[in-house]
Design a protein around this ligand. Structure first.
Ligand SMILES: [Zn+2]
Length: 401
């Protein structure tokens, strides 16, 4: 079996607390990582590095776990650049533009959807994202949701059924019927390709009763729960997510004290050495606030309450057409008052928590060998040098990309 040594690492982010300096980031200096069969098998001081079949000398650069983007919408057709331009000229974002993408997606051939999903997956990988969640939600018919998930499953294992993205125009005056379709034939057709179920719980999309009904049917067929919650205004989404044991509630832009308390109430310390965390993660998507010129979520309030925070891109053609996790890290630090360490943790280990994964977002023996080599000496540069192509090399499953 061929082994690969990533050697001469100036600063290694492991996300194993107590494993070196730097608190939760578990920083190690002058380190090396040995990879075999797609897994990390050894981490230690570079001077003690074992022999290997191949060696990559990163020349003192910083290395971190590949980013875990736990919220993206990559299966769609068309773009909404004109809508973006209109918004930047003063028109507010309402979420109604989703229907524009639904029409384009329904009209597209499989290969067009596949081409876009693969292009965006490749774009994300080049920016250091080695794990990505991909949702359906622009088909909104039984056939189109199933094919969206089939295509999503070609680019990732983390697929999410979002048939409840909006009520499509043809059901506008009978949303109960649409919820029946989502819970019945649509879920049955989508579930074989999905790991998760998600609902856009928001005024203008799905209310508390509809959200609860859809998430519960998804759970009944074995899907894990996530929710788009409290993005455009206050609402029941976050508390509902906590009540149903969601792995993550996403957006969290408009929270009441009760929402924050509900999230904090899921805090546990399993004693596995990774420290306490909340079983329901708050996933913040600052690309959406950036692209809709909206107020950012209050990350400090969540972190200070002990809530586990993840960062993700929300990559989609309407409200956040970026696949860049480094960009989200920079926004989180500059606009949401996260420290650089908190933001880097949230974009790696936090995303893994939001997907209930312990094999990614962390570097230790047994973890997947997903590594990002920065063109920089420290993880601090991700926020310090925004907009700069700092991702020098990516290893995915131990394979240099
Ligand atoms: Zn989203």
């Amino acid at each position: 079996m061929s082994s690969l040594l990533v050697d001469n690492i100036g600063e290694l982010v492991t996300n194993v607390p107590g494993h070196g300096e730097g608190g939760p980031l578990g920083l190690r200096r002058r380190a090396a990582v040995l990879v075999e069969a797609g897994e990390v098998v050894w981490i230690g001081p570079a001077r003690d590095a074992p022999a290997a079949d191949r060696r990559i000398d990163v020349g003192g650069a910083a290395v971190l776990p590949g980013f875990v983007d736990s919220h993206a919408h990559l299966v769609f057709a068309g773009d909404r650049a004109a809508e973006f331009a209109a918004r930047m000229s003063g028109q507010p974002y309402t979420g109604g533009g989703i229907r524009t993408t639904v029409a384009a997606t329904r009209a597209a051939a499989d290969d067009e959807l596949r081409g876009t999903a693969r292009r965006l997956r490749g774009e994300a990988l080049r920016q250091g994202t080695t794990t990505i969640e991909v949702k359906s939600g622009y088909g909104l018919t039984v056939t189109d949701e199933a094919r969206s998930l089939r295509i999503a499953a070609e680019v990732t294992d983390e697929t999410t059924f979002l048939g409840a993205h909006v009520v499509p125009a043809e059901y506008a005056d009978r949303p109960d019927d649409y919820v029946g379709l989502v819970c019945g034939p649509m879920l049955a057709a989508a579930a074989p390709y999905a790991r998760w179920v998600d609902v856009f719980c928001e005024r203008g999309a799905f209310d508390a009763d509809h959200t609860r009904a859809i998430l519960t049917c998804g759970q009944a067929v074995g899907l894990g729960v996530r929710v788009h919650a409290n993005q455009l205004g206050p609402g029941p989404g976050v508390r509902l997510g906590v009540e149903l044991g969601a792995a993550s509630v996403d957006h969290c832009t408009h929270l009441t004290d009760a929402d924050v308390d509900a999230l904090a109430s899921t805090r546990v310390d399993p004693g596995d050495g990774d420290g306490p965390h909340t079983t329901t993660v708050a996933t913040l998507l600052p690309g959406a606030e950036f692209s809709t010129r909206s107020p950012y979520p209050d990350a400090r309030r969540l972190l200070d309450a002990g809530v586990t925070v993840a960062l993700a891109t929300d990559c989609n053609p309407g409200s956040s057409y970026t696949s860049s996790m480094p960009f989200c890290v920079a926004l989180a630090v500059r606009e949401m008052r996260m420290t650089p360490a908190e933001a880097v943790w949230a974009a790696t280990a936090g995303g893994a928590r939001a997907l209930r994964r312990d094999d990614v977002g962390v570097l230790r023996p047994g973890a997947r060998a997903d590594l990002v080599v920065l063109d920089a000496p420290s993880h601090l540069h991700l926020a310090y040098r925004p907009g700069v192509p700092l991702i020098r090399q990516v290893l995915h499953n131990g394979v240099p990309q």
